[in-house]
Ligand binder design. Structure first.
Ligand code: FES
Length: 208
């Protein structure tokens, strides 16, 4: 895809948020991802150009973080936490059942392009284990059945709201735009920290 004049204006506004232009490399990678759905070679070249870096430097950053995808993912990218706590609470079973249910493996996309699957590390949401993320939004306390229902709803174009955070689930490209720093107006929607997360604070205030 070609980057438009408007794209360059947006990238320029992102760069201007930082005292040193190269500090904008990560949001610019998210911006590229919001346009193409993944990190294209053209996107790497454009970022290198606007930041006056070598393409190899941009590539080094994009390949270090698993959040930047070298190939297209689904409209809804589903991450199943299979780190220790989630795994023993059902994360392994959820991941294996979703692979069978969707007919895809790790880092693969359904034929309709709707859902991709990835096993992910701890999301610091262990108090809601087992946790599934979709486009980096939380679906807490999942079961094999609820996770299957979730991906079925995504494929039908009608995903439910995340357990916490925004009231509606955006697409992968929309989520990437937010991570680039483009405000979608949803930051204050929905439940933020839930009861399990606040329990320790509550107990300490009660002196227990
Ligand atoms: S182990 Fe899954 S969120 Fe921490």
């Amino acid at each position: 895809m070609a980057f438009s004049e408007e794209d360059f204006q947006v990238m320029d506004s992102i760069i201007k948020r930082y005292p040193r232009s190269r500090s904008a490399i990560m949001p610019l990678l998210h911006y590229v991802q919001s346009k193409a759905g993944y990190i294209t070679n053209e996107g790497i070249e454009v970022i290198a150009k606007v930041l006056q870096l070598e393409a190899a430097e941009v590539t080094a950053v994009s390949t270090f973080y698993t959040q930047y995808k070298p190939t297209p993912v689904g409209e809804y990218h589903v991450g199943v936490c299979t780190n220790t706590l989630c795994a023993v609470m059902g994360g392994d079973a959820i991941f294996n059942s979703l692979k069978d249910h969707l007919g895809i493996g790790n880092d693969e996309v359904t034929v309709d392009g709707k859902v991709s699957l990835e096993h992910i590390e701890c999301n610091a949401a262990c108090d809601y284990a087992p946790v599934v993320m979709a486009n980096w939004e939380f679906y807490d306390n999942q079961t094999v059945q609820s996770a299957k229902d979730l991906v079925d709803a995504m494929r039908a174009g009608n995903p439910p709201a995340p357990t916490r955070g925004p009231n509606t689930l955006g697409t992968w490209k929309e989520a990437s735009a937010v991570l680039a720093g483009i405000n979608d107006g949803k930051a204050n929607e929905g439940l933020q920290a839930g009861t399990p997360t606040l329990l320790g604070l509550k107990l300490s205030k009660e002196g227990k």
